[in-house]
Design a protein around this ligand. Structure first.
Ligand SMILES: Cc1cc2nc3c(=O)[nH]c(=O)nc-3n(C[C@H](O)[C@H](O)[C@H](O)COP(=O)(O)O)c2cc1C
Ligand code: SF4
Ligand code: FES
Length: 598
């Protein structure tokens, strides 16, 4: 075989090797999946054979396989029961559920059953959620879980139960009839990419994945890069507790996601799009697969789109698991077949992304927004929001609310309206005590802030964030120290471990909060703890490589700000005002499970 690398300059040679090894990595990733499918785990002999076949060092295969929760290096139990332990499930009795399941299988062989916690399964509106042999079950009782697990032990095939997924009409769909992709069709003809960028800029569309970065700036940056190989990536990893909106959008507005990605491809000159989806979204993977195939048949994807000479391919990549894969540079590493460890930034993906090439990464909802704005115009977009905010927004509401679910609401409406008018208020006629506007990363706001508007700036002014629209409701029986510990524990479990501030700091924070929740600490020690917590929070925010480590302190800092008396009661007087943390019978507390890692 001719060695073309001899003709390349050293820098080109380096980047061509990086790109080659990255592409080989991705193939190895598929190989690992195939082996696991055959054997149920990754036997040593198979890994050795793969290493020899692909000339990949065994340690490299092992480093990837051991990183992702999806891969097993030893044979799993016949029934692997995973109980979601995060915010929405925690508020809906996950601790008691797990304890009950453990009682039912007490004395059962480890080869038959293994019961563990797992991070959010993306079914927060149907909590508590449980995964058994990678099939997900919702609104689970211990009896239900036992029945399914016993079937698994008998070797029966398990079937996932999909909650009712009939198509829902959405106000944000600009195509009420069967004729879709109007913006894309038009753009293929006009090729007026400047107009698209100008409209998106004027709309002030911001990213819906959490950071709220202006979308037009991202697309423009990639467009300006003077290379031919570029990528569009849709981030459908959606693994932060409480975040379920993208699941809904992919179920009911898949065509807008595909259209948004194709428009981004045309505008930036990228010829490949990859939709990165969490592996627990089996149904959405199918729906998107069907939508993509339909587009290929209609000439809207693939070679020579509608005879225009433009090529654009789109495929789905299923994540091997882990919340950190949602961080954009970790996601890129995962697609390349590496451990999903975030990269140092800069350079940002817009310049140096997938396979070191310029890459647009946007959230599902961001892509779905682009064709809405382009089809209906700026005036519609402005008028769809309230109080000066723009557009419609999908939010997931879960926890102690009467009607958990995903709601499409005008951006800018008061949280009170979202919680009480849409989500039916607090369950069982109880009082609202607190809410997280966006899962653990937004921290908790007290009920007195319920009139804050659903808006980037309004929530930031309250020290919180719009984030990914993952609203979690806490009633007046909730212990807020327990909820802070739950959130911090999630981050500790999901830290990729690449950098010390996050890896060590998140464990230190879990240790500290566990001690607090168990109470009766002398006041001077408490004061020392508080200043240690501040120092730790500062160090993590400043020195962590990615957003995960930077946000770990948010839940406890918000609880200290808004619920200080409750923390003092635990620490100084050994009292949990909600009766959750101290009572010997109170098995629902986080402190009882902090040592357990998923
Ligand atoms: C730990 C972590 C997890 C993340 N998970 C997601 C995710 O699941 N989906 C998402 O769109 N963005 C996620 N993000 C944000 C992405 O890094 C990135 O900012 C986003 O995909 C950009 O899209 P947008 O501009 O459309 O918001 C995560 C960030 C961090 C730090
Ligand atoms: S901050 Fe945490 S998750 Fe991010 S790179 Fe560091 S260790 Fe990994
Ligand atoms: S499914 Fe349990 S918190 Fe999301």
């Amino acid at each position: 075989m001719q060695d073309f690398s001899l003709h390349l300059a050293p820098r080109e040679l380096y980047s061509s090797r990086v790109a080659l090894s990255a592409r080989r990595g991705a193939v190895i990733f598929d190989d690992l999946r195939a082996i696991q499918l055959r054997h149920g785990f990754l036997p040593k002999a198979e890994l050795e054979a793969l290493s020899a076949r692909t000339q990949t060092p065994l340690y490299q295969l092992h480093s990837v396989a051991s990183f992702y929760p999806h891969f097993h290096l030893v044979p799993p139990a016949r029934a692997e029961i995973r109980v979601c332990a995060d915010m929405s499930c925690h508020l809906n009795g996950a601790c008691e559920l797990r304890a009950d399941i453990e009682r039912r299988f007490a004395g059962t062989s480890k080869n038959d059953v293994e019961i563990r916690d797992v991070s959010c399964l993306g079914r927060c509106d149907h909590a508590p959620a449980v995964s058994i042999n990678d099939r997900i079950y919702t609104d689970v009782t211990a009896e239900h879980a036992e029945t399914i697990a016993r079937a698994a032990i008998r070797g029966e095939d398990l079937r996932e139960e999909h909650p009712h997924a009939q198509r829902v009409e959405c106000a944000s769909d600009p195509y009420p009839g069967p004729e879709k992709y109007g913006v894309l069709r038009q753009l293929i003809i006009t090729k007026d990419y400047d107009e698209v960028l100008a409209t998106l800029k004027e709309s002030e569309l911001r990213g819906m994945g959490g950071a709220g970065f202006p979308t037009s700036m991202k697309w423009d940056l990639v467009r300006k890069q003077p290379v031919t190989e570029k990528y569009i990536v849709c981030n459908a990893d959606e693994s932060e507790p409480g975040t379920i909106k993208d699941r809904f959008i992919m179920t009911h507005l898949a065509h807008l996601v595909v259209e948004g990605m194709a428009i981004a491809g045309l505008v930036t000159g990228a010829k490949t799009g990859i939709l990165y989806i969490r592996h627990e979204y089996h149904l959405q993977e199918e729906i998107l697969g069907e939508e993509i195939r339909r587009c290929y048949r209609a000439g809207l994807l693939g070679k020579n789109l509608l005879g225009s000479g433009i090529d654009y391919d789109l495929r789905v990549f299923v994540s091997p698991g882990g919340y950190i894969c949602g961080e954009e540079s970790a996601l890129i590493e995962a697609i390349e077949g590496h451990r999903a460890e975030p990269r140092n930034k800069p350079p940002f993906p817009g310049v140096n992304g997938l396979y070191q090439k310029p890459t647009v990464i946007n959230n599902v909802e961001t892509f779905a927004n682009a064709p809405q704005i382009l089809a209906r115009g700026i005036d519609w977009y402005k008028s769809a929001g309230k109080g000066g905010s723009r557009g419609l927004k999908f939010v997931g509401v879960s926890g102690h609310c009467a009607k958990p679910g995903i709601y499409e609401v005008p951006m800018g409406i008061p949280m009170r309206e979202v919680l009480f008018d849409y989500a039916g208020g607090v369950r069982g006629g109880r009082q609202l005590k607190a809410f997280a506007p966006s899962g653990p990363s937004s921290g908790y706001l007290p009920a007195s802030k319920v009139d804050v508007r659903l808006d980037f700036k309004a929530l930031a002014d309250e020290g919180s964030m719009l984030g990914s629209g993952a609203i979690v409701v806490c009633d007046d029986t909730t212990c807020m120290l327990d909820m802070a510990l739950n959130a911090v524990r999630f981050y500790r479990n999901e830290s990729c471990g690449k950098c010390v501030p996050c890896r060590v700091g998140s464990q230190k924070m879990v240790d500290l909060l566990t001690r607090w929740s168990q109470g009766s600490i002398p006041e001077p020690q408490y004061r020392a703890d508080l200043s240690l917590l501040d120092e730790l929070s500062h160090a993590m925010a400043q020195a962590s490589i990615c957003g995960l480590g930077q946000i770990v302190p948010a839940p406890i800092q918000s609880v200290l700000k808004h619920f200080r008396a409750e923390v003092d009661a635990h620490v100084l007087r050994g009292e949990c005002p909600s009766g959750m943390c101290m009572s010997p019978a109170g098995r629902a507390g986080e402190a009882n499970r902090v040592g357990i890692r998923p």
